[in-house]
Design a protein. Structure first.
Length: 160
């Protein structure tokens, strides 16, 4: 979809909408990349909200940190598994890193929202580890949404 380089405008609008629904929420992003999605999230934050984003690639993390300077965001270099769990739970998590596993659900507060983009639409759940995880995990209620005719995102909510 984006080859990890940036988030598309449709996903940025989806994120802004979901973050606006949690105006004083605790927000996280796994996989900052160059900071496009983080910039959209930061612009939607309400008063009292907190936002942390992390990027495993040092070059991208440094570029994102420079891009996000002056915005209400804590931009960290490191793997999400190493930096986000101790800051959890979150009300919204944008998962744009490549290495998703079941522990991502533990980052969510009850009622917390997880967005996973860069999905190819129309694929079967069986045999797709990301779809199997997010669409079949009993801790989540989830749906796959088209963001463009050729791209999809999964939006999941942690059951309370």
């Amino acid at each position: 979809m984006t080859a990890g380089a940036y988030s598309i405008p449709e996903v940025q609008r989806l994120l802004a909408t979901l973050v606006a629904a949690k105006p004083a929420g605790r927000i996280a992003e796994a996989g900052t990349s160059w900071g496009d999605g983080a910039e959209a999230i930061a612009a939607a934050l309400g008063p009292g909200a907190s936002f942390v984003t992390c990027e495993a690639d040092p070059e991208r993390a440094a570029a994102a940190r420079a891009r996000l300077a002056g915005l209400a965001v804590e931009a960290l270099a490191g793997r999400w598994q190493d930096v986000l769990p101790q800051r959890a739970p979150f009300d919204v998590v944008f998962f744009d890193a490549g290495d998703i596993d079941g522990s991502v659900v533990d980052l969510l507060a009850p009622g917390g929202i997880l967005v996973k983009d860069d999905m190819t639409p129309g694929r079967a759940i069986d045999g797709d580890p990301v779809r199997e995880l997010l669409l079949r995990d009993p801790r989540l209620v989830a749906v796959e949404l088209l963001t463009t005719p050729g791209a999809a995102a999964i939006v999941a909510v942690r059951r309370t």
